[in-house]
Design a protein around this ligand. Structure first.
Ligand SMILES: [Zn+2]
Length: 93
């Protein structure tokens, strides 16, 4: 992984904690409140700090069944050429 801000590869991996050592999690917005209270749906967060520019970036530890659940966002996208070619043709006047 590279720093998104400066492109450096000098990243230190760590975890987000609340200061007393308790990990902070990512909670998807579509999880019902009761499940949130029970900690169901919590996904780990990996944090990467850039030594070079001090940027901080994150990654979520999704689980395998999450990938299936959210596959709706990864539908087939038309290529650029395909999109250009499908532009409605202008009518000749
Ligand atoms: Zn950086």
């Amino acid at each position: 992984m590279k720093c998104l801000a400066c492109g450096s590869g000098a990243l230190v991996e760590g975890a987000l904690t609340d200061g007393s050592g308790t990990n902070v999690f990512f909670n998807p917005g579509d999880i019902p409140m009761l499940k949130k209270m029970l900690g169901i749906g919590n996904r780990g967060i990996r944090a990467y700090a850039c030594v070079h520019c001090q940027n901080l970036q994150f990654a979520v530890e999704f689980k395998e069944n999450d990938l299936e659940k959210y596959q709706q966002f990864e539908g087939q996208q038309p290529g650029v050429l395909e999109r250009i070619n499908s532009e409605p043709e202008k009518l000749e006047e």
